[in-house]
Ligand binder design. Structure first.
Ligand code: F2R
Ligand code: MG
Ligand code: MG
Length: 369
């Protein structure tokens, strides 16, 4: 373990703030998923940005009665719930248990918008009776493994739970991702998202965020992660330095004033796709950009602003908004969650309870490295 990881100091957070941040993060992820999923796969025009603004304004109305009682969650939240249960129910990480939670949930509710390839992994896990929980994923895509964002979209509970044990956080995040995603870009994307949640959690929400400093810190951590993976690899292979390069782009874009042309540049340079590489850095950018700038979103609520902005970029909207929401919620805490919006999201009470159980399972802020 090199110096930067060794020197990450973990100041203990006040327990009530920490509990609020656990809730903020998991509710932020849920709201991003539920409000983003109707737009998944779409290109968002200027006119649609106005419709999205009205949609959120309406959801914020305290007495709004909708025909459908809630906005349904998708695979992003289903798998996040499993990861939280995996941490809550077992004192030591049990990856067989996590694989069973994923598979059981899928077979109970297959219509949650799962990707076809990850569904193949679930079938193989079930057929093989979970004999080797890492084997089916390793066989995907002719042995190269998936680089989809399915590992990253569910990782937030690990960043929260292990927030004061960075080394173990990286290990558990890696192993839990490998149940479905073994491509280096899939794993490192999940690690980047996990580190972003953890880093946001450690910040004081009363203090103004310095987006470029946040980005630089992540860049240094990512450099360490990608360095350890580089051994024995062809250095010209872009995958071995992919995320540190992307974070340089995030940093550059953060320095530019926001306008519609910048949004197009963000989509071109960071992406808004279903791969981890084209979505995790974008989610981080959405969080960082919206903390100090309106980005054309008319609201004072910073969590809503992050989520709504992520959706206006189009593409994999449920997942990018969910990941951005998880980071923003970990920074801002539950106070930033608009209860009128949250109550339109399926299972929001269950998710708040799950966040509390995750907090309790960790022993509050008592456990340190
Ligand atoms: N699947 C979706 N959305 C599709 C539309 C759903 C529709 N609305 C419905 O309701 O049915 N969304 C969810 O999937 C994403 C997470 O995907 P995950 O779990 O990573 O899946 P998978 O199958 O492993 O990878 C996704 C795609 O990436 C490409 N890919 C990955 N690795 C590849 C490789 N080594 N070579 C080539 N292609 C690779 C493939 O196209 C995979 O299908 C989230 O957006 C979630 O919301
Ligand atoms: Mg989804
Ligand atoms: Mg998605």
């Amino acid at each position: 373990m090199s110096s930067i990881l060794k020197n990450i100091t973990m100041a203990a957070l006040e327990p009530s703030l920490l509990r609020s941040k656990f809730r903020g993060s998991l509710l932020g992820a849920l709201i991003g998923d539920c409000t983003g999923s109707p737009y998944e796969g779409e290109t968002i025009t200027a006119g649609e940005k106005i419709i999205i603004q009205r949609y959120f304004d309406k959801l914020e109305e305290p007495n709004l009665n909708l025909k459908t009682p809630f906005r349904a969650y998708t695979d992003d939240t289903a798998m996040t719930k499993s990861v939280a249960k995996f941490l809550i129910d077992k004192p030591e990480p049990d990856y067989g248990f996590l694989a069973r939670l994923f598979v059981n949930d899928y077979f109970k509710e297959p219509r949650r918008g799962y990707g076809q390839n990850v569904v193949d992994v679930f079938h193989k896990l079930k057929t093989s009776k979970f004999e080797d929980v890492f084997k089916p994923a390793a066989e995907q895509f002719m042995g190269s493994g998936s680089y989809g964002n399915g590992g990253a979209m569910r990782i937030a509970p690990i960043g929260l739970y292990y927030h004061n044990n960075y080394k173990i956080m990286i290990k558990v995040a890696t192993q839990s991702t490998k149940i479905t995603h073994t491509h280096l870009l899939g794993i490192n994307g999940a690690l980047l998202q996990c580190m972003a949640v953890q880093q946001a959690l450690m910040l004081d929400p009363q203090k103004k965020l310095d987006p470029r400093h946040f980005c630089l810190e992540l860049y240094l951590k990512m450099k360490e992660v990608e360095k350890t993976e580089e051994d024995g690899e062809d250095e010209s292979d872009f995958t071995s330095r992919a995320y540190q390069e992307k974070l340089k782009v995030v940093e550059r874009l953060l320095g530019k004033p926001h306008d519609d042309n910048l949004d197009d540049e963000v989509i071109r340079n960071l992406g808004h796709g279903i791969s981890a590489y084209e979505s995790v850095p974008t989610a981080i950018y959405c969080f960082l950009k919206t903390q100090n700038e309106s980005c054309g979103i008319m609201t004072d609520n910073l969590l809503r602003r992050t989520i709504q902005y992520a959706i206006t970029l189009g593409g994999d909207t449920d997942t990018i908004a969910s990941m951005a929401g998880a980071i923003a919620g970990a920074y801002l805490g539950e106070d930033a969650v608009n209860s009128s919006i949250a109550k339109h999201c399926e299972s929001y009470k269950e998710i708040a309870e799950l966040a509390d159980n995750l907090f309790e399972a960790r022993g509050g802020s008592l456990v340190s490295e």
